[in-house]
Unconditional design. Sequence first.
Length: 214
Amino acid sequence: MLNTPRYQDLTAGSTYLRRRLGLAAEQRIILLQGAVLPDRHLLELVQAMPLLPPAVVLVFLGFNLGVFQEPIRQEVARLGLQARVFMLDALPAEQLLDATAAADVGIILLAGHNKNDRFAMPNKLFEYMMAGLPFVASDWPEIGRVARTTGAGVTVAPLTPAALAAAVNDILQAPARQAAMRTAGLAAARGEYNWERQAQRLLELYAALPTARS
């Protein structure tokens, strides 16, 4: 079974990040939700920002571990991106999806150094779809399968700044495509990728098991 969140109807959207960061309505938000860790191509993501329009901002939302936070801050300063890159601490679970729904594009980057990375289906994958965010992700088997079968996201390989910027820009510069990906993600979250559906499948599996003899 998949570790999906309980279904929440987030079709009304959210203004949480815009209000918290004082962003204008025309600014577009790229969101990387989750822990700030090495080997997740986060420096490449920061380096992609100068290749995107000035109205695009990047938000890290999660556990910002000090050991890797400083290199990111140094890269932000080197590139003069202090007004376009923000690092916010993790939110309680009951507030997270509302904040996620305030973004425009979600990012999932995994280096693939081990099987856990290559076959992972992180929580943020399902949370982005439930919040209606088109996502840009590493091109690994399971995440890639979800992106292709749902139409809610795209994958990138190799994970260079230019490739990441191109993938994000292709979404943000095509409103009809972005809207279609949003609709696809919301439909997938309502249909298959929610805990209510996964729990039902688990109960069906238990019910199909042979009854133990005493």
